[in-house]
Design a binder for this molecule. Structure first.
Ligand code: ZN
Length: 571
């Protein structure tokens, strides 16, 4: 090892020969010597201590320039520096040296539209996704009910009659036969329709001929079929007893586990009651729930009162500053509100879930109080209704980041309203690839061009947050990435991709899953990129999503997930 004077003298000698000391006083010589020593000591100082150094990685920092680093330093849950291996290892040291062996690091993914709490509870219910027939649904229910105490509600979600040979809504006769004493409510995949058995309808006092705004109770030959659409579902679901504390904790921790395994370190939960927020706070304070969450409160009087009494919440792991409003239903169940009738159901345009006056008054109060408004809008009429009301309050350029969730079918004349008023479309790429098989039937060949139009929407504000809407779609972040970039299903259908003019680039998609997700929650200064001062939320992947073959995207594995510098998942 070189001693300090070995380092100083050769340089000093070189310096001194280059300078003339003829007129140099001893004092100025000393000053020169001393300042030079300081300079050298600064460069020879001890390396700074860090909690962790990750090195020999391909780190996509997702900063402004989308720059790539090799090493990153973490201290106290935050990122201290990123840079080359050489620069970082020279400057820092740590007892925890993570050699990534060339693997890829991204900021932790942010799901900008999910139902985290609902997903957690869904894991405690019968999963009916990918059932091939009504009989298959009944079989899964029967199996699941074996583990339930007598009389306890059987609930589940995920059936989709569009996947069946008989594409009509089922009726509840067989459900009544199988479960005469157990109330049953099983929801369609989009959550906008459900079927209940007679026991459940009886508990909810639903009768043939009952009418309600924004919902439909199906009746055939004077009898209830059990099919409930939109607000009618709530009549029955409101009767399901609330989960107790232990069940809630189990649900949220199950959801968290699956999120970490797919590289999510933050989620936006789109529509919770204040009671759920209190449960989340408690679990975060106890240290059980490490997931960072942005919560939109549901459009209900009790939530508005609670919010405006207690004010916004902003902690390291929880932000509550928005409201979730529903304009219309979903396209699959023809609840989405369209400007012109459905192409496969003439004389039917779907409907808005509340009156225009309601949306207007909600927008007014949210605007007055300075909160964020986030509205579910699927149909072109649903989108236009909300865009018009948003524009009335936002009045042009602004930074309030009011969001339209899904922005799924937008009339060609309405795209510009997004940009003109900085309205943020919050979209879920897997909706496009799930719906592509029948979206054209519902909308016709012309209108469908304005559907799932992510690139066109992105251009309006130059940023767009991405999400999944889990449990409506699979939680997988790699399915989102694949759907956004390749726009095919897992089998490679359709060849060449679906409406590829609206595909996103890989860089846009990564930004949508990280920094733009953070921005959609006003959190871009704290997270969403791997830059100095931000939370050390990051993931290590076995695949370089920026350069891999398209066919490798869905095979990607998360090797490790870190939240606040703490490893919360390891493969
Ligand atoms: Zn949703």
């Amino acid at each position: 090892m070189l001693a300090l004077h070995d380092l100083i003298w050769p340089i000093f000698d070189k310096q001194s020969t280059a300078m003339t000391f003829k007129n140099t006083s001893p004092r100025s010589f000393l000053i020169f010597n001393f300042s030079f020593l300081i300079l050298l000591l600064a460069s020879c100082k001890f390396r700074q201590k860090a909690d962790m150094i990750i090195h020999h990685a391909t780190i996509y920092t997702v900063d402004e320039k989308f720059s790539v680093a090799q090493a990153m330093v973490v201290r106290d849950g935050k990122i201290v520096a990123t840079g080359t291996n050489e620069a970082i290892l020279k400057e820092y040291e740590s007892d925890v040296m993570e050699d990534a062996k060339g693997k890829t690091v991204f900021p932790g993914f942010i799901d900008a539209h999910a139902h985290f709490v609902g997903y957690g509870f869904s894991l405690q219910r019968v999963n009916l996704v990918a059932t091939e027939s009504w009989d298959a649904v009944l079989n899964r229910c029967t199996e699941f009910a074996k583990g339930l105490p007598a009389g306890q509600w059987l609930t589940g979600r995920g059936w989709d009659q569009n996947d069946w040979v008989v594409k009509e809504f089922p009726a509840n006769d067989k459900l009544n036969e199988l479960f005469p004493d157990r109330p049953v409510l099983i929801t369609r995949i989009d959550g906008h329709a459900a079927i209940a058995n007679n026991k459940a309808l009886e508990i909810a006092s639903v009768k043939p001929g009952d009418k309600l705004e924004g919902g439909e109770i199906e009746v055939k030959n004077g009898k209830l079929t059990g099919i409930l659409v939109d607000n009618a579902v709530d009549l029955v679901s409101a009767k399901i007893p609330a989960a107790n504390e232990a069940q809630t904790k189990e649900a949220l921790l199950l959801a968290q586990k699956n999120c970490f395994a797919t590289g999510l370190t933050s989620v936006h939960d789109c529509g919770l009651d204040h009671g759920d927020v209190e449960k989340i706070q408690k679990l975060q304070q106890s240290g059980d729930l490490k997931m960072r969450m942005y919560v939109m409160l549901s459009d209900a009087k009790k939530n508005f009162e609670w919010a405006f009494t207690n004010g916004k919440i902003k902690t390291d792991r929880l932000t509550v500053s928005g409201f979730k409003v529903y304009a219309d239903g979903a396209l699959g169940s023809r609840g989405a509100c369209l400007l012109q009738p459905y192409s496969d159901k003439p004389d039917w345009t779907g409907f808005l879930l509340s009156s225009q006056a309601h949306f207007d008054s909600v927008a007014n109060i949210i605007y007055q109080k300075g909160w964020q408004m986030c509205t579910h809008a699927i149909g072109d009429s649903g989108n236009r209704a909300i865009l018009t009301i948003y524009a009335k309050y936002l009045k042009g350029r602004n930074d309030l980041r009011w969001r339209i969730e899904h922005a799924q079918v937008v009339n060609k004349d309405d795209f510009k309203i997004f940009g003109a008023n900085n309205i943020i479309p919050s979209v879920q790429p897997t909706h496009g690839t799930s719906d592509m098989y029948w979206a054209g039937d519902r909308l016709g060949s012309e209108r469908v061009k304005g559907a799932y139009a992510y690139q066109q929407l992105l251009k309006e504000n130059n940023w767009i947050p991405l999400g999944t809407d889990f449990p409506v779609e699979d939680i997988s972040t790699f399915k989102t990435f694949f759907a956004a970039v390749v726009r095919q299903d897992a089998k490679g259908f359709p060849a060449g991709g679906y409406q590829m003019e609206n595909a996103l680039t890989r860089e846009q998609t990564i930004r949508g899953m990280t920094i733009w997700g953070a921005k959609a929650a006003f959190e871009e200064k704290q997270k969403g990129s791997l830059e100095k001062g931000k939370f050390a939320d990051f993931i290590i992947l076995d695949t370089d999503l920026m350069n891999c073959k398209e066919t490798d995207i869905l095979k990607t594995k998360v090797l490790a997930t870190y939240v606040n510098g703490e490893r919360v998942y390891k493969q």
